[in-house]
Write a protein that binds this ligand. Structure first.
Ligand code: SF4
Length: 207
């Protein structure tokens, strides 16, 4: 069971395979690992103690960031992730990032941005598309047309609680859509980042 793995300079933490989206570009549709991570599919979800135990087996001074990421949407396990953040904070100054689809509020049926305060240094939100219809066509969210507005609302709110918040799009997007995404992102107050599309990986090691 692969809970933690190195990719580039960072330590990635895999906490769940669940996600309310079924994005057409999702790595989970075509593979089971990132780099030499080993399979990221779980037979069962690790407990928060197992996640923390896996992190403790690493030397955190060897990594630039600790990143909660896929193979799934880490905010599906927000309570456990927050607990793990607090354990990490108690022993290490390593910056903590979460890569998220931004659907935390809909997943938990409440505003969740305040819970991010103090636990994350960075939040990276996938924007994916400039309209609810295009988002739904690409991401097939179980929340349908409500998904993108919720992503934008969450992103705006979390900028009040986390020092660095960005929204990302991939560079395969049509230029007109990309500019509209840039406008939507700027309205949230988050930084905007265009990532180079790599079919075997969906993250940018830039920050
Ligand atoms: S939001 Fe992320 S984990 Fe979920 S389906 Fe899309 S790419 Fe995959």
């Amino acid at each position: 069971m692969t809970i933690t793995y190195r990719y580039g300079d960072n330590l990635y933490v895999n906490v769940t395979n669940r996600c309310p989206n079924a994005c057409e570009f999702c790595l989970r549709a075509t593979g089971d690992k990132v780099g030499d991570s080993g399979s990221l599919w779980f037979k069962y979800e690790p407990t928060k103690e197992e996640i923390w135990d896996s992190i403790q087996q690493r030397d955190l001074t060897e990594y630039r960031q600790l990143v909660f990421c896929g193979f799934g949407e880490p905010a599906c396990r927000l309570e456990e992730v927050l607990w793990v953040c607090q354990q990490v904070r108690a022993v290490s100054p390593i910056p903590i990032r979460i890569n998220t689809n931004g659907l935390s509020d809909l997943i938990h049926k409440k505003p969740t941005a305040p819970l991010f305060a103090g636990n994350f240094d960075m939040v990276s939100v996938s924007l994916n598309a400039p309209t609810p219809e295009k988002y739904d066509a690409l991401c097939h969210s179980e929340y349908g047309l409500a998904a993108l507005p919720a992503v934008l609302k969450f992103t705006h709110e979390v900028t009040a609680y986390v020092p660095y918040v960005r929204m990302t799009v991939v560079d395969t997007m049509p230029p007109k859509d990309l500019e509209e995404c840039r406008r939507l992102c700027e309205e949230t107050g988050a930084k905007f980042e265009v990532r180079h599309y790599e079919p075997d990986w969906q993250d940018s090691p830039k920050i």
